[in-house]
Design a protein around this ligand. Sequence first.
Ligand code: RNT
Ligand code: ZN
Length: 418
Amino acid sequence: METVEQRYEYAKQKYQELGVDTDQAIEKLMKFPISMHCWQGDDVIGFDQKGPLTGGIQTTGNYPGKARNPEELMNDMDKALSLVPGKHKINLHASYAIFKEGEWADRDALKPEHFEKWVEYAKERGLGIDFNPTFFSHPKASKFTLSSPDEEIRAFWIRHGQACIRIAEYFAEETGVPCCMNIWIPDGYKDIPADRLGPRARFKDSLDQILGIEYDKEKVLVALESKVFGIGLESYTVGNAEFCINYASKSGILSLMDNGHYHPTEVVSDKIPSMLLFNEKIALHVTRSVRWDSDHVVIFDDETREIAKEIVRNNAMDRVLLALDFFDASINRIAAWTLGMRNMQKAMLYALLTPNEALKELQDSGNNTKLFVMQEEVKTYPFGDVWDYFCKNAGAPCGEEWYEEVEKYEQEVLSKRK
Ligand code: RNT
Ligand code: ZN
């Protein structure tokens, strides 16, 4: 049988005929970080509370072996990262604060010191950290947060947002990598509201107050994530797309698009170029919604590839901050992470191996038939051989053998967790 290198040499030639440089593609991919969300490891529960997941999002399934404490979560993340080619970032939520024995701080009193262990973790591995304030799974988030008509509640969550900016700045300073801090609130109504403006006006004011504190805008890239609906919040979402895009552009922060947060026939891939024309940087949550914002594991599907293409062919690999956002509790959680990360990487490589310039020329010259033909033919080029070579060079498993590692880890570690 041919070796990975031999197969690569053949593939390289095939792609060369298309005008695609595979070596360059691999080099570019190596430098593109994907932010791996910590919350796949414990079904979005975190360490600062014992209650259920709230906020209109949901994990389903009870596959055994979820991480129960920081050590377990970190070990599990290590395992997943070891199976993914490339150098990435980790993405934390405020609810993952790590307290010392007997210590606890409410969300509005969180401090950098509560994230020291995470900084240690990231530094030892040379990873950057992204961050998210947690406006859910908390007694004060049972109704509204940053849009609350109750001024005490609203002030509490404003303080939380400000505390998180300071923590994000600490992450950036310690790791030397800018921290994307993404704000998402679940606020909304199950049924038809009497006032759609009021909550949004309060949300706007709260954001102004959060962003009003002094912070280094080179180090902390604040983003705002919109949404169309949540479970139990079907009729009205305070932070809808129009609110968030307008707010972000007026106040100089980033827009974050989560591809589970639109009506089912709307695609984020098509929104990316529009956003790129008006923004220096944009942020993404890549997920997979099956009929609703179900947060299934990212697969190597059409829309994921289309998203990757828009990033690559618009030369925006350094302008798009890409994080994953899914939570599947029905399968081995490390396999879920690994699959999602590898599939995103595959989609990026696939986009990098697409003869984008040649296809653009066909489009501009009106040669729609050849464009169609080429787009279809390119699909069966020896992509897998380049992928295997990329994985091998990056010190990661090439094919499905990574799953053996997961099985072993399940047997030795996860199955012992009760
Ligand atoms: C919810 C948003 C949000 C969360 C995470 C946990 O619909 O997508 O990004 O999934 O913050
Ligand atoms: Zn999201």
